[in-house]
Write a protein that binds this ligand. Structure first.
Ligand code: HEM
Length: 402
């Protein structure tokens, strides 16, 4: 290895943003790289790092060979570098029939029509946020705008009453921001589970006009089963990191890209039709869900490497989305990029359940920003989350300018 090897399991190596330089080197020199063991690979083994688009795509598209739950004989499973307790129980960490059943049931709630029904409320909320801003104001955009809309969107999907939202989001923050303080995180996740259970019982007894009520009552066509309380609680818990944290990071990362490129901002204002491709470019550019892991279910040959049964294979969508073999000038942010076959929402059977909602949120937020008379400039140094799993900004200090 020519380049100083980075420990990719250590969030601190992402504290200045995604380590693009290292991945550019990997794509060119060691596209199928065997990463040595780290303190978070408890079986003392290393893991593969796939960085080129074609290799990433090949793994995502072959769930029989590469399991999201577990595979082989030696390792526990899940989709992160470290093993997950929830493997085999949550939709994104399930394979085969179990995954098909969970996905088919929740799909009933996530219809395009159901998602379109959220637009008015999200737009009203976005307008209200922007109307509160005046020239000269300073704000942390990541917190005040980027975070608010996706969190509200998930609460609306789940039918969380308005009066409970602040409390719930506070518990979720504690659960996410105190990962090293396991006792505190556990206390908050217990509160969240208890809250979810109460909500499930109430939606079961009297369904309301929200997507979660549809999901609580939806049946799997093949055997008529509904989701169990445990499955519903897991789904409830999954949507905050999978749905709110990801979209938050795309909105703030997209805003940073535009604030740094006033010409792109002006082009979007002059040509609103450009927003459609710009949204895909924002997802490619930010790729908040930057890697996944699978486990090989059998011995496989991939290019010139032997992947053994039980080997952990991580694949890096962020790196695939910067692959020079697929994207022209991948390190340029081009609002009009077309085609743009990015892997920001994954692909195959686990393709993002919330992509329609995420695209709607991005469209509403940027349409409203561009339609408002406000302009923005950087007002300090953006700070990245020291997190390798969800890449994005912790804070984005902006100033409102004329
Ligand atoms: C910009 C925002 C988003 C990004 C970048 C993103 C990214 C992804 C990716 C890459 C996957 C594939 C996971 C895998 O292959 O293991 C995924 C799956 C998933 N996403 Fe999203 N997501 C976003 C927004 C959302 C939203 C808004 C929701 C919820 C409403 C959501 C819910 C899910 C769920 C439940 C899965 C698991 C699907 C399955 O396993 O079948 N995501 N997402």
């Amino acid at each position: 290895m020519q380049n100083a090897a980075l420990d990719l399991s250590d969030g601190r190596n992402f504290a200045q943003g995604f380590p693009h330089e290292f991945f550019t080197w990997l794509r060119a020199n060691e596209p199928l790289y065997w990463h040595p063991p780290t303190p978070v690979t408890p079986d003392g083994e290393g893991f593969w790092v796939f960085s080129r688009y074609a290799d990433v795509d090949a793994v995502i598209m072959d769930p029989n060979a590469y399991s999201s739950d577990r595979g082989g004989t030696r390792t526990a499973g899940g989709t992160t570098i470290k093993d997950e307790q929830s493997a085999g129980r949550v939709m994104n960490q399930a394979d085969g029939l179990l995954h098909r059943r969970l996905r088919a049931i929740v799909n009933e709630g996530f219809t395009v029509k159901a998602i379109a029904g959220l637009e008015d409320e999200l737009r009203t909320r976005t307008r209200r946020l922007l109307e509160g801003l005046e020239i000269g104001d300073r704000l942390d955009f990541a917190h005040r705008v980027a975070r608010e809309i996706p969190t509200q969107a998930i609460c609306i999907v789940l039918g969380v009453p308005e009066t409970d939202r602040l409390m719930l989001v506070d518990w979720i923050d504690h659960g996410i921001e105190a990962p090293s303080e396991a006792v505190i995180a556990e206390e908050y996740s217990r509160k969240i589970r208890r809250y979810a259970q109460g909500l499930i019982l109430s939606k079961r007894a009297s369904p309301q006009d929200d997507i979660f009520s549809t999901i609580v009552h939806a049946r799997f066509e093949a055997d008529g089963s509904t989701l169990s309380d445990h499955e519903l609680r897991s789904f409830f818990g999954l949507l905050f990191p999978a749905g709110a944290e990801t979209t938050t990071r795309s909105i703030s990362g997209g805003m940073l890209a535009l604030v740094e490129r006033p010409a792109a901002w002006r082009a979007l204002r002059a040509q609103p039709g450009l927003l459609k491709t710009a949204i895909e470019e924002i997802v490619r550019w930010t790729t908040p869900s930057c890697y996944k892991r699978r486990t090989a279910t059998r011995d496989l040959r991939h290019a010139d490497k032997l992947i053994r049964e039980g080997d952990k294979v991580t694949f890096w969508e962020m790196s695939a989305n910067r692959d020079e073999r697929i994207f022209e000038q991948p390190f340029e942010f081009q609002p009009g990029r077309n085609p743009n076959r990015h892997l920001g929402f994954g692909a195959g059977v686990h393709f993002c359940l919330g992509s329609v909602l995420a695209r709607l949120e991005l469209r509403v937020v940027f349409e409203e920003l561009l339609a408002s008379p406000l302009n923005f400039a950087l007002d300090g140094v953006p700070v990245w989350m020291p997190n390798n799993r969800l890449v994005g900004l912790k804070s984005l200090p902006l100033r409102v300018i004329a």
